[in-house]
Design a protein around this ligand. Sequence first.
Ligand code: NAG
Ligand code: NAG
Ligand code: NAG
Ligand code: NAG
Length: 236
Amino acid sequence: MSSVPQQTSLHQLNASLGAAMNVSEGTVTSHLRATSRTYFYFTTATLVLCLIFTLATIMVLVVQKKEPIPQPPEKFPLIGGNCSLDILSILKKPLGTESSAYLQVSKPIRNSKLTWNKDGILNGIGYHNGNLIIQSPGWYIIYCQLQFVVPNCPDNPIDLKLELLINNKTKKQTLVTVCESKTGTKNIYRNLSQFFLENLNVNNTVSIKVKEFQYVDTNTFPLESVLAAFKYSNSN
Ligand SMILES: *[C@@H]1O[C@H](CO)[C@@H](O)[C@H](O)[C@H]1NC(C)=O
Ligand SMILES: *[C@@H]1O[C@H](CO)[C@@H](O)[C@H](O)[C@H]1NC(C)=O
Ligand SMILES: *[C@@H]1O[C@H](CO)[C@@H](O)[C@H](O)[C@H]1NC(C)=O
Ligand SMILES: *[C@@H]1O[C@H](CO)[C@@H](O)[C@H](O)[C@H]1NC(C)=O
């Protein structure tokens, strides 16, 4: 009476074992791949966290070194939303022999090659006619951000472009096209930025060119259109 159900369940057991083996054979490689991908993500996340933690520690050490008398931190520079102002406040601290520049765009803008307000930070880097002039050889981090606004779109799309030049030669560029649609043709805000690490020599120049320079916005965020350079390390 009970033999038929038993046989059935044995069959089911066999079938499910077979299926399980098939499945495990078929999925073992993809499972391995998924596992190694998980490890990869995990390792990357861990490394990033370590990096952030190390940077934070270095920042704390630097701040403590600069201020030997322990004081309640009035404003920790890396907290808050004003990234470029945070960088500015860090750069205002004496940097020893290191070279750095942080200049805001000067207005009015009449040329595709931008000029910069000399009254920013120029520490071991020269400036002339829109060019940063390197005075100490080494690896430099160069950063530029520009804010654009198109108050009224013309009939055709516009390409806004930011070029970073070393010795008058374009090394990096970035572009955004605006005014493509027929809707939303007023007050189009965009920002372009460029980040570059380069080994530079004495008298090398760094400059910025824009296409459609009339749309560079110097009013909405007057402090946000900046050119900055920091010496990262010596050449060797
Ligand atoms: C960011 O900077 C601007 C200009 O100095 C200032 O008006 C604004 O309050 C700052 N925002 C924050 C969150 O600190
Ligand atoms: C860059 O161009 C300017 C004029 O356009 C020139 O005076 C200067 O010598 C050039 N610099 C280099 C490094 O070629
Ligand atoms: C710059 O533009 C990007 C995308 O267009 C936007 O996500 C970002 O918030 C903008 N940043 C600023 C500072 O305006
Ligand atoms: C850099 O330029 C200055 C002024 O033109 C010149 O006197 C100096 O010799 C140059 N230095 C080098 C290393 O080329």
